[in-house]
Design a protein around this ligand. Structure first.
Ligand SMILES: [Zn+2]
Length: 344
């Protein structure tokens, strides 16, 4: 009943995934991810949370209920360890810090993105639209612009810096539990995962997801080769001892290694398809994206909603950038659009 299990992972509740470690799925307002998992580590020292959820009333209510089922309240959370700056992971920690002064830690590589999004006058749209136009997707950019006000209207949040920037290294909780902080740029530039070697657990955030591939290169501060970053980060995590996968979206899975192997294979296939599309005549990120199939349902680009079309084009750009970095593809700017061509 694999399908049923996949449908159920987001059902509200408190699920013990390992001794003293609980998964708490919390709701998201508007996207296909359905929920975000917060992991609560219960120790002698109190509670440590990995990720925090999106600061929304429904999410907060379910979070407090889930903590109550563990006999705790939100004031007993000793710290938040946040895998990356996206609002479904970071904002509830900040909201709770305002009430309970709970310390919040975030990967040091997120500083640049956080400084950009913290600026109340910052609007992500002009840069997104500019990128889409460079990708040869001017019509899609116009549709995105038309939908933008509606989508972003409810999303305002007073961003704040964390108490602590995390870097590569070991973190010892007061309970004695040791978490290896591993920097895993790709999904975002400052993404980190937490490896509990002794308990064979990986708190993976969005770096390794069990049923989908994380979006790549969709952030305010661009890496020149986000997919290259991501694949290098996968290799780094693959080199750690294997662990149970505790993802931020989706059900817990038995082996990080097995899932990374699948992801690497997926991107290899995607790179081959991207090359094939270029050889068949596509020469912009948008045209390549139109030739590829999307989601597990193998949809065409124009069958996706506008937001996911934008993600798909940005992911295609990430694949093209990696091929350029590998010397398999050339990129030129022609009439304000990036054109790509296979070198062989
Ligand atoms: Zn996420």
């Amino acid at each position: 009943m694999r399908t049923a299990a996949r449908e159920d992972w987001s059902a509200p509740g408190t699920y013990e995934v390992a001794k003293g470690v609980y998964r708490i799925p919390l709701p998201l307002p508007n996207d296909g991810l359905r929920a975000v998992n917060v992991y609560v580590i219960v120790g002698d020292d109190g509670l440590t949370c990995v990720d925090s959820g999106w600061a929304l009333p429904d999410s907060r209510k379910l979070f407090v209920e889930a903590l109550a089922s563990l006999g705790c309240g939100p004031g007993e959370i000793g710290r938040f360890l946040v895998t990356h700056v996206h609002r479904d992971h970071y904002t509830q920690a900040i909201a709770m810090r305002r009430e309970f002064a709970t310390p919040v830690s975030l990967g040091g590589g997120e500083r640049a993105a956080l400084e950009v999004i913290s600026d109340p006058t910052w609007d992500p749209m002009p840069l997104r639209l500019h990128k889409l136009r460079l990708d040869g997707a001017a019509r899609l950019a116009n549709k995105v612009a038309a939908e933008a006000t509606e989508r972003l209207g409810s999303a305002s949040f007073d961003w704040e810096l964390p108490d602590e920037w995390l870097h590569e290294g070991e973190l010892v909780l007061a309970s004695g539990r040791r978490l290896q902080v591993v920097e895993t740029p790709g999904h975002t530039r400052g993404h980190v995962v937490f490896h509990d070697r002794a308990a064979e657990l990986l708190f993976a955030g969005d770096h390794v997801l069990p049923t989908i591939t994380p979006s790549i290169g969709f952030e305010p501060v661009f890496s020149p080769n986000p997919l290259g970053d991501f694949l290098r980060s996968l290799a780094r995590v693959r080199a750690l001892s294997d662990a149970m996968l505790l993802p931020a979206h989706g059900p817990v899975a038995p082996s990080v290694h097995a899932r990374i192997d699948e992801l690497v294979e997926h991107h290899g296939r995607r790179l081959d398809q991207t090359m094939a599309a270029l050889k068949a005549g596509a020469d912009t990120a948008f045209e390549v994206a139109c030739q590829l199939r999307w989601t597990r349902r193998e949809r065409w680009l124009d069958e996706l909603d506008i937001f996911n079309q934008m993600l798909a084009v940005s992911e295609t750009r990430a694949h093209l950038s990696l091929l350029v970095a590998q010397g398999r593809v050339t990129k030129t700017l022609h009439e304000a659009v990036h054109r790509y061509a296979a070198t062989s």
